[in-house]
Ligand binder design. Structure first.
Ligand SMILES: [Zn+2]
Length: 140
């Protein structure tokens, strides 16, 4: 199976932060749902503010989902933080799953970061249930 572990994703990215982990978790969940057989099956449209740390999620998505800039299978669109959405499309059958970031998550991350710093915050987000982080919607 293609795709990197979360630790490998952190290595690729340079550090393990909460936004990297958010992208990684969404990509991993998209794979569980859409069950791609190869790294070419999925296409991703990311809506995010074009600013770090928010864009760190893009590296998490690329590392796990096979949707990469090099394969032209990921598209990045500027949006407000409230509209942050990761949409995964299965190119074999056009099934789509959308992960819309819950609006309280950025604030939660900021609060955790203030208290615990980057690494611990990333770990907390990593262990958080995916449905606490995103609204998930499947389109057949
Ligand atoms: Zn980062």
């Amino acid at each position: 199976m293609f795709g990197l572990s979360v630790e490998e994703a952190a290595k690729l990215h340079g550090h393990k932060g909460p936004w990297l982990v958010l992208g990684y978790k969404a990509g991993k969940r998209a794979k569980e749902i859409l069950k791609p057989e190869s790294e070419h099956d999925l296409y991703c449209i990311v809506k995010t503010p074009l600013k770090t740390p928010y864009t760190c999620a893009i590296d998490g998505i690329q590392a796990v989902s096979g949707c990469t800039l090099g394969k032209l299978s990921i598209e990045i669109k500027d949006s407000s933080l409230e509209e942050t959405t990761y949409l995964f499309i299965d190119r074999r059958n056009n099934k789509r799953v959308e992960f819309k970031l819950r609006t309280d998550v950025p604030k939660l991350i900021d609060e955790l970061y203030e208290k615990y710093g980057l690494e611990r915050t990333a770990e907390i987000i990593e262990s958080e249930d995916i449905c606490k982080l995103f609204k998930e919607k499947l389109y057949d």
